[in-house]
Design a protein around this ligand. Structure first.
Ligand code: SF4
Length: 407
């Protein structure tokens, strides 16, 4: 296919595809799926080999958020039966982080629900970062605390944070459909503040909220223009008790096309397979490793992922290897820029974390080839309809519980 040859050539040269080319990837047929994965896989291997970086989420503060991000189980008015707790103590967070590091994670993501941190919250998180770095000097720490105020990014950097996550989540045109308590521009500003303070920026999206292909391409091009070092690609986890509970819009094939599109648009950026991979990719998860070079190990903020050992087995079985602590994730041309403490690399991207985080219109948007089909239920082996909602398991282990974390 000429399209794929063009995209591979561009990806290997770190050249931006056109909008039309990105849209065309999302419109390819299931018959062409393996060709699309193979093509984007060439670009992935050029810049990241067969390495998979493991990241580990620690939910420092869960639930009771005053914001109304429709995708989020922690939102204002959420009826989701999630764990709710206030700030973990530094030693509790460090213990949870330690489990992730022992499981092979080289980055720990410290996430807190809320619009954004107070200065006192920044102090708390700074103490937590110190506690983690005392025990694991080499681990990368990423903070994800919501919208930042002046000076807070620099304080986090000074406390030892390596990175800051704040997702754009969806296109600017549709942002008002998923959240009314803050704006798309607020999110852009926070990513820019993190970059200006010398933090490695992490910013991504959530697919499956009813958006069109055009929206997906818009947000990925916006991310590329922002130029974060890592781009988490979340697939909506439709939590019961949230406005998007019925939005089972994705197919595994469509999710893989989205990941391939992101890889072509951001060829040399850490593309992270994030929240929703188990429930939306299901048995097709291993193919996603040919596209993403980074995943979360274990559980998400408020939902459970597959067992950490199953993550490691999947990586090994698919012929990939866990990236070691001593290995540099980013290609040299980007890593050098990142270590110099300035933004701008070769590519050009809080679900506030990994839970899929933040909503939208119903499936089947005109022009959207994010395949909308009747996926709310399917026949199980016994002939009993299997409800998709049964795939979402609320987290009942790790931080906020007495049960050991999954790592
Ligand atoms: S995504 Fe973040 S800001 Fe939005 S409701 Fe959830 S915790 Fe609050």
């Amino acid at each position: 296919m000429d399209l794929l040859k063009t995209l591979v050539d561009k990806g290997l040269r770190r050249e931006l595809p056109t909008r039309e080319e990105a849209l065309a990837v999302l419109s390819t047929s299931d018959d062409d799926l393996l060709d699309v994965v193979a093509a984007a896989g060439k670009v992935r291997r050029k810049w990241f080999g067969r390495r998979v970086k493991l990241n580990y989420l620690v939910n420092l503060k869960s639930g009771l958020c005053p914001e109304d991000c429709s995708y989020c189980s922690q939102r204002l008015g959420s009826k989701a039966d999630i764990l709710k707790y206030t700030w973990l103590k530094p030693e509790q967070a460090a213990a949870a982080a330690g489990a992730g590091v022992a499981g092979g994670a080289k980055r720990v993501c410290l996430v807190a629900s809320g619009r954004g941190p107070t200065d006192r919250d920044v102090d708390r998180v700074s103490q937590t970062i110190s506690a983690i770095k005392e025990q694991h000097a080499d681990v990368e720490v990423c903070a994800c605390l919501g919208l930042l105020s002046d000076g807070q990014a620099a304080r986090l950097r000074d406390a030892g944070a390596d990175a800051y996550n704040h997702n754009l989540n969806t296109s600017e045109a549709t942002y008002g459909d998923i959240c009314t308590t803050h704006e798309y521009a607020d999110r852009v500003s926070t990513v820019q503040q993190a970059q200006a303070a010398g933090l490695s920026a992490c910013s991504g999206l959530i697919a499956g909220m009813g958006e069109s292909d055009e929206d997906l391409v818009d947000v990925v091009f916006a991310l590329r223009a922002l130029d974060p070092d890592s781009v988490p690609v979340n697939f909506l986890i439709p939590f019961e008790g949230t406005p998007l509970a019925a939005e089972w819009n994705l197919t595994p094939q469509g999710a893989l096309r989205i990941l391939a599109m992101v890889r072509f648009v951001c060829p040399d950026v850490e593309v992270r397979l994030a929240g929703g991979r188990e429930v939306q990719l299901r048995s097709m998860q291993p193919l996603a490793l040919h596209l993403a070079n980074s995943i979360f190990l274990g559980d998400y903020l408020t939902s459970e992922g597959q067992a950490g050992q199953a993550d490691l087995d999947m990586i090994a079985d698919a012929g990939f290897e866990v990236e070691g602590a001593g290995e540099t994730t980013l290609p040299t041309h980007r890593a050098d820029v990142a270590s110099a403490g300035c933004g701008g690399g070769g590519c050009g991207p809080c679900g506030d974390g990994g839970d899929g985080g933040d909503k939208m219109a119903a499936a089947g948007d005109e022009g959207g080839s994010v395949e909308a089909r009747d996926v709310e239920a399917e026949e199980g082996a016994s002939g009993t309809p299997r409800q998709r909602s049964e795939l979402v398991t609320v987290r009942r282990r790790g931080p906020g519980t007495e049960v050991p974390p999954n790592a």
